[in-house]
Design a protein around this ligand. Structure first.
Ligand code: SAH
Ligand code: SF4
Ligand code: F3S
Length: 447
């Protein structure tokens, strides 16, 4: 393939760190680069453009990325024409310091400035460039999806919350919702292109629409209903809602819309009201448990998952026990557990009462044990049931079997013959805390 008469097409390689928002941003980078005539290289060694889409949520995210950057430095010293680009939240958090610390980097850009990468690549600029403005939504880049039948839909950018531990408001800026008409047009186009499952993305999805005016204004619950009404979309997921904004209208949309999946990721962070206040989460333990009760009332079988931080400054044994109590009481289907990591520029990084490392470690061990035990117990309810599975492809651990996800967002490994993108019934024979095991229904009947 030729670009604009300059010989063979240039090749890019992108490494993505962090959350789904970054995964989606990388899909948009791929789409944008392919419209510039680039193709994707299978490895960094073979790329003319080496990109990193970075995350800065915790310290280990920073250090993982910096380890990878070393390889880019080596490749660039061997082949000085290679262009090295660093995008995403880490880049935004250090801005032009990127070039002081890593002089071999040619271009750096924040999460809101992906489109500027194209500007850089098509200009004659010989000097390093950084792009870190916050702008209006730049959601109009072409996207290259990883799987043809699944798509992300970014419904808002940024975050107006002030969680004291979190770097995201400073890397992604103020919250801005995309007009509902634009979103629904995108969903219709995705459905026409073969997409069956969409995941609505935002830092706080259920505050969606509050900043919109006029015709495009819609609440998050209304948006769920409108996406549900689009023909061809069979599964709707979203991440993440904030417990403070989890209202009955959203829960009723789960109960009443056939495509909205029976899974809610409801970040707890801590079970101690005292710590929640220090975290500036604006709900307390009782209010959180009320939300859970409301979900259980309207969608009794819903899977609940969560995020929990251990070792926030000043966390006492008593505070930690309160977190364990909530874990026992709610019975999550799964949880992401994190050790508190002080982030530059955040309030919590300045708080006294650092929890010693061995204490954090011991608490983390107990938390993971409780989370996994409860998740295993919860998963037992699926054994003997038939669940709908959206097939993703061969199982990673055993390629003779298939892998997919249930509506409850459980990974399912099963014997069957279906192809990627099909939704099939699977009879569940066994469950672990993370995975269900089973057989495709037609097969088991035939055999
Ligand atoms: N906007 C989403 C996701 C935020 S980041 C939300 O509010 O749910 C994902 C998770 O990372 C958070 O829920 C939190 O549990 C964790 N996290 C964020 N900052 C952290 C920090 N400084 N240290 C440890 N964990 C952190
Ligand atoms: Fe961070 Fe809180 Fe916003 Fe989530 S809601 S992105 S944790 S500030
Ligand atoms: Fe996501 Fe990491 Fe940024 S979690 S929002 S990529 S800091």
């Amino acid at each position: 393939m030729e670009t604009t008469g300059q010989g063979a097409a240039k090749r890019f390689h992108v490494t993505t760190f962090g959350c789904q928002m970054n995964e989606h941003d990388s899909e948009r980078m791929r789409g944008m680069l392919s419209s510039l005539g680039y193709t994707e290289a299978p490895s960094r060694e073979q790329a003319d453009l080496i990109l990193f889409n970075t995350c800065s949520i915790r310290e280990n995210a920073d250090s993982r990325f910096i380890a990878h950057l070393g390889e880019a430095k080596r490749l660039k010293s061997e082949q000085p024409d290679v262009v090295v680009g660093v995008g995403g939240c880490w880049a935004q958090s250090v801005k032009d310091e990127v070039f002081e610390r890593f002089p071999f980097v040619d271009v750096a850009f924040g999460p809101g400035q992906i489109h500027k990468l194209a500007e850089f690549l098509t200009s004659d600029s010989l000097s390093a460039q950084g792009y870190f403005e916050f702008e209006d939504f730049a959601g109009h880049l072409p996207t290259q999806r990883t799987r043809p039948f699944q798509a992300w839909l970014q419904i808002s950018q940024g975050c107006n919350c002030v969680c004291s531990y979190c770097i995201v408001p400073s890397t992604r800026g103020r919250e801005a919702s995309r007009p509902s008409g634009e979103l629904l047009a995108e969903v219709r186009a995705l459905a026409a292109d073969g997409v069956r499952e969409v995941t609505l993305l935002g830092q706080n999805v259920n505050s969606y629409g509050r900043d919109l005016r006029g015709e495009g204004r819609m609440t998050f619950a209304d948006l769920l209903r409108a996406v549900d009404a689009v023909d061809g979309i069979e599964r709707i997921r979203y991440t993440s809602p904030h417990p403070k904004d989890m209202k009955e209208d959203v829960i009723l949309a789960h109960a009443e819309c056939p495509s909205v999946c029976e899974h809610i990721h409801l970040p707890l962070q801590s079970g101690s009201s005292r710590i929640l206040k220090q975290m500036r989460r604006t709900y307390d333990r009782d209010r959180y448990l009320d939300r859970v009760a409301l979900i259980r009332e309207h969608v009794p079988d819903a899977a609940l998952t969560t995020d929990i931080i251990v070792g926030f400054p000043g966390e006492t044994d008593e505070d930690f026990e309160a977190t364990l109590e909530v874990v026992e009481e709610v019975g999550y289907d799964g949880a992401f557990t994190f050790v508190f990591s002080p982030r530059r520029g955040t309030l919590a990084a300045e708080l006294d009462g650092r929890v010693p490392h061995p204490v954090k470690k011991e608490r983390m061990g107990r938390l993971v044990e409780a989370v996994q035990r409860r998740a295993r117990e919860r998963a037992e309810r699926f054994v003997g049931r038939t669940v709908d599975v959206l097939v993703e492809g061969p199982s990673r651990t055993d390629p003779s079997r298939l892998r997919g996800r249930s509506r409850h967002n459980k990974a399912v490994n099963f014997d069957g013959t279906a192809g990627p993108g099909e939704i099939v019934e699977v009879e569940v024979a066994a469950a672990t805390s993370q995975t269900l095991l089973g057989t495709e229904v037609l097969l088991s009947r035939a055999g």
